[in-house]
Design a protein around this ligand. Structure first.
Ligand SMILES: [Zn+2]
Length: 407
């Protein structure tokens, strides 16, 4: 197990670094000139800002990725988890919960310097940061509190099922996991997002009328159309349509409304509605459930095997250590699936773009994309292989080319 773990860890890290260097080379090679299709819509200065921003983020990523790998090694083979297990003891289920949560919080704490650097140095340098130190600390506090208040009962429930679910405990665990993810998809916009952002009903009459018409044309109802104060933290712009059933709500970042004209906001929203209308959300939840079933099945195979724990540097077999190890180590083995999942996601994005073009204005969608890529300093010239691994959205030139094609 140790050899397998180390091989997966270093292979994943190696591929990440290789992709990152490829991307940097590609972006730099295309820095001097705006791609032809955008020559008229994006100034050279903005194109170069996007290149520099992309490279700066890649460089930070090349420090964070090895740091994460080192942290995982320190916690596992380095004996960190065994030490932590000694602190909490093996006695009760509550001690198990404390073990899992403290390990998660400790790992976050170790990576905190990178988050601080990203927000206050990197994002600041490119004039995206709007977060104040006070807001940053209060966000951290809320996140830690949520980890304990929500994560605590969830981990407790999972450990209880493992202990009391009988031979088929893993099916129960899976069913509970599916139920919990559905619940959070439903509850996120009403219960969690408001802890971090303020939502105010959209008041712009022209935009409101446009959106109402769009909803009527596409047969949607929504609990409300809200503007979110994303600009308190960052000037990046976006929009989303979220929730399930009657809890659905439309959320526009305040920054989006500043960057885009009403017809463009409408087309971006039509894209989001497309994801719903075309069932992408259900496909995604379904795929997540299928992967989850595979995950718990594999987990059931290893959870009481001593070699699994010994191979990962943990000396005692226990459901809580097994759960944590599995959560941390499994992504190393699913990493090669990345290109498949992103390819699937990119198909959905094309379909949603087509939906937007059909139900609003294709030209407005194109100009919205161009403005958003420029505003967010997203690169127009990604490396194809890096893109295949990491980009859930097709690169802008491909999206614009598809939208420009006569139907
Ligand atoms: Zn989309």
């Amino acid at each position: 197990m140790t050899a397998l773990f180390l091989a997966a860890l270093f292979a994943t890290l190696g591929i990440r670094l290789w992709l990152s260097f490829r991307q940097e080379r590609h972006v730099r090679a295309h820095r001097a000139e705006v791609p032809e299709a955008f020559a008229e819509s994006i100034p050279l200065k903005a194109h170069q800002k996007a290149a520099d921003y992309t490279v700066a983020r890649l460089r930070l990523g090349r420090i964070v990725a090895p740091a994460r790998a080192a942290l995982l090694l320190a916690f596992t083979l380095g004996g960190g988890l065994s030490l932590l297990a000694g602190v909490w003891g093996q006695g009760t289920r509550l001690a198990g919960v404390a073990f899992v949560l403290s390990a998660l919080l400790l790992a976050e704490l170790c990576l905190l310097p990178f988050a601080i650097y990203r927000t206050f140095v990197l994002e600041e340098r490119f004039a995206f940061n709007r977060t104040t130190p006070v807001l940053f600390v209060s966000d951290l506090g809320k996140q830690a509190l949520l980890t304990v208040l929500l994560g605590g009962p969830l981990v407790y429930g999972a450990l209880w099922l493992i202990g009391n679910g009988g031979a088929g405990w893993w099916v129960w665990l899976w069913a509970a996991w599916v139920g919990v993810s559905l619940f959070f998809t439903w509850a996120y916009p009403v219960l969690i997002a408001p802890l971090f952002f303020k939502f105010t009903p959209l008041r712009d009459d022209e935009l409101l009328q446009r959106i109402r018409n769009l909803l009527r044309r596409t047969g949607f109802s929504s609990e409300g159309i809200f503007v979110m104060d994303g600009s308190r933290r960052s000037s990046h712009a976006n929009a989303y349509f979220t929730g399930l059933g009657r809890r659905k709500r439309i959320v526009l970042f305040d920054t989006l409304c500043q960057v885009l004209a009403p017809p463009e906001v409408e087309s971006v929203l039509a894209h989001e509605l497309g994801h719903f209308k075309l069932g992408h959300l259900w496909w995604r939840l379904g795929a997540g459930a299928a992967m989850g079933l595979l995950g718990v099945a594999v987990f059931a195979l290893v959870v009481d095997r001593a070699w699994f724990y010994a191979g990962l540097g943990v000396d005692q077999v226990s459901a809580h250590a097994g759960l944590l190890l599995f959560l941390w180590v499994a992504p190393l083995f699913t990493f090669p699936l990345g290109p498949l999942l992103t390819a699937w996601s990119r198909r959905h994005e094309y379909a949603a773009d087509a939906f937007a073009a059909a139900h609003s204005d294709g030209q407005a969608m194109i100009s919205a994309l161009v403005k958003m890529y420029e505003h967010n300093a997203a690169t127009l010239t990604p490396d194809p292989i890096h893109s295949a691994f990491h980009d859930t959205h097709p690169p802008a030139p491909l999206r614009v080319a598809r939208l420009s094609k006569p139907v």
